[in-house]
Design a protein around this ligand. Sequence first.
Ligand code: ADP
Length: 265
Amino acid sequence: MSHQGADERRLSETLSNIKHKYVVLSGKGGVGKSTVAVNIAVGLTLKGKKTGLLDTDLHGPSVPKMLGLVSFLSSGDETHLEPAILYDGQLKIMSVQFLLQNLHDSVIWRGPLKHAVISQFIGHTMWGELDYLIIDSPPGTGDEPLSVVQTAKPDGAIIVTTPQEVATFDVRKSIDFCNKLELPVIGIIENMSGFICPHCNKETAIFSTGGGKRMAEELGIAFLGAVPIDPQFVSRSDRGNPMVDFTSAGKSMEAIRMIIDKIVL
Ligand code: ADP
């Protein structure tokens, strides 16, 4: 059998052991897409679901840092990539960074090979049986997110936006991208929506908020929730601690928890 045929068979075998696959998309970088993907994956794990988190951002992988896995190297060989494992084996994580360090070669990500690399990266990871695979996509609507969607064939997309992004219509491009690919949109999350003062707990709408909700209503898409700006997201992710902590209170954690309740089947 040709290399390509074997890879495709391997990919469909891998995907057939995963019950639900969701891709997290955003119109542009820096809106909190990876933060949301990590929180959803950890939140599902804490709900007792066998979860995988796949970081496909080839140029700016941030998932390893957010989970304290910057020095993790994937063992195995080209056809059997071992994911990082957290939470007693309930959460498996694979990131491009685990391979880049391994191969000491970023050249392989260039040009037409990118699609093949994304396909191998998804198909050759030893995920085992999973309830959920959360895929952190590269931002935008270009070739890389397209390869991710065509390869992983997710069941749905979660779109992350910010109040500013709603105003620039980037998020509408993401919705259009899903429509063209016949990828159902699970819902929209408005991140960095208002600021909760850590001292007085009062909420300040730095940019106008509520645009994500209005847009979702207009387009007939579910609105999953609004997550405020909360300095804890930055301090926790800089320490490499998973941010969803089900014992901690606060509006941002509450928002994340409600989002996960809406997603879990
Ligand atoms: P993206 O994946 O869209 O590029 P990230 O998830 O890497 O964005 O987030 C960009 C930065 O913003 C990170 O430093 C992250 O900790 C921070 N961040 C994300 N969401 C929030 C939030 N709700 N409140 C405060 N900081 C946030």
